[in-house]
Ligand binder design. Structure first.
Ligand SMILES: Nc1nc2c(c(=O)[nH]1)N[C@H]1C(S)=C(S)[C@@H](COP(=O)(O)O)O[C@H]1N2
Ligand SMILES: [Mo]
Length: 356
């Protein structure tokens, strides 16, 4: 991934940002994000898929291959779960030097109620051969990335693919998947950054060698130098976001609130362990107080709500921050950790607010 030393965003980055939109932060108030406000990330083009001819092919190192229509998939036992997805590149645009890719600030996250069928029983049904080591998931979308023509493809090791909450989802918030979120079927890997949840899923192939596709070995690795192999990006780091209070300036989006009590609210999540606590600061991270957690979704894989009261004593310029920690002891850092791809950057959000 190329890097930019300047703060200026290029036209290519703007082109990506206009296609791939984030969650407007005021929508953090909804436990389940309305579909049109859910963040969106599409590497290539949104494919046009005809439901009548679409098939899910499951093959490779299996005892019996399967070809399923959408009705076949829908006829299987269904489960529904609220799942928070976050793009691994969330926060990338604030890094210096800046990795040149989709220039997210902090809004590449959302939660939907997904309905689908579990992957594990389907894999048991086709019968994994003894030499199976990974499962490769292929989308119908094609493009060129890093000079390499490809379909969007990601793999999971057997252990991860057989996690009981991994879904093949065909509904989002009670309706068929919209085109941009993977119609007619997508993989959903709860707790992991979004890249694992392959949209427009058409092929599941069981393989006997680790899969070395572009999205596995070139992208989505933690690297500081190009020639490093790097560790793969997997689960979401803890992060808290604040729905910015008051009213925004149209251009800078700086906030203005009247002097008095301010009720703050936001959301927090971690793919490693449940959220243990959220703290808030009004002085840019020097002093903190505890927020109250609001567990308003009954899903381990969905964000929790939080709220806190802020009582500024004098008018002036403040900087609100929030940070989350999870039950595994992971905590958001004050400063961001740099890597070449700008992945899993969970430095705390900073919201400038003028109290008048
Ligand atoms: N086939 C396919 N699947 C994909 C992608 C893609 O470009 N093609 N983008 C991935 C990335 S990087 C993310 S963050 C999530 C975004 O899901 P959403 O657009 O439904 O929010 O989808 C993932 N699945
Ligand atoms: Mo992503």
């Amino acid at each position: 991934m190329p890097l930019a030393e300047t703060a200026e965003i290029t036209l290519e980055e703007l082109q990506l940002a206009a296609r791939n939109h984030g969650l407007p932060l005021e929508a953090l108030c909804y436990p389940i994000t309305p579909v049109g406000l859910h963040y969106l990330l599409v590497h290539y083009d949104v494919p046009v898929v005809d439901e009548a001819t679409w098939r899910l092919q499951i093959g490779g190192r299996v005892e019996r291959s399967l070809s399923l229509s959408l009705d076949d998939v829908r006829a299987r036992p269904a489960v529904e779960a609220a799942v928070t997805l976050e793009c691994a590149g969330n926060g990338r645009a604030r890094l210096t030097p800046r990795p040149i890719s989709q220039p997210w600030l902090s809004e590449a996250v959302a939660t939907a109620r997904w309905r689908g069928t579990r992957l594990a029983p389907l894999l048991e049904e086709v019968g994994l051969a003894p030499e199976a080591v990974e499962i490769v998931f292929s989308g119908l979308d094609r493009g060129i990335e890093g000079g390499e023509e490809q379909r969007y493809r990601r793999s999971l090791g057997l252990h991860d693919a057989l996690m009981p909450d991994v879904l093949l989802a065909y509904e989002m918030n009670g309706r068929p998947l919209p085109p941009q979120h993977g119609f007619p079927l997508r993989l959903l890997v709860p707790g992991w950054y979004g890249m694992a949840s392959v949209k427009w899923l058409a092929d599941i192939e069981v393989v006997d060698q680790p899969f070395h596709g572009y999205q596995m070995v070139t992208s989505y690795r933690f690297r500081e130098e190009e020639d490093e192999e790097g560790e793969p990006v997997t689960r979401m780091q803890p992060r808290a976001l604040l729905a910015p209070p008051g009213i925004p300036d149209f251009f800078t989006r700086e906030r203005t609130v009247p002097l008095g009590r301010v009720e703050l609210e936001g959301r927090a999540w971690s793919g490693w362990a449940p959220i243990a606590g959220v703290q808030v600061s009004a002085d840019g991270g020097s002093t903190w107080w505890d927020a109250e957690l609001v567990r308003d979704l009954d899903s381990r894989w969905a964000w929790v709500g939080w709220r806190a009261t802020w009582q500024p004593r004098v008018p002036g310029a403040y900087e609100l921050c929030c940070r989350a920690r999870d039950e595994a002891g992971n905590e958001q850092p004050l400063e961001t950790r740099w890597n070449l791809g700008g992945y899993a950057n969970n430095g705390v959000q900073r919201v400038p607010v003028n109290v008048v």
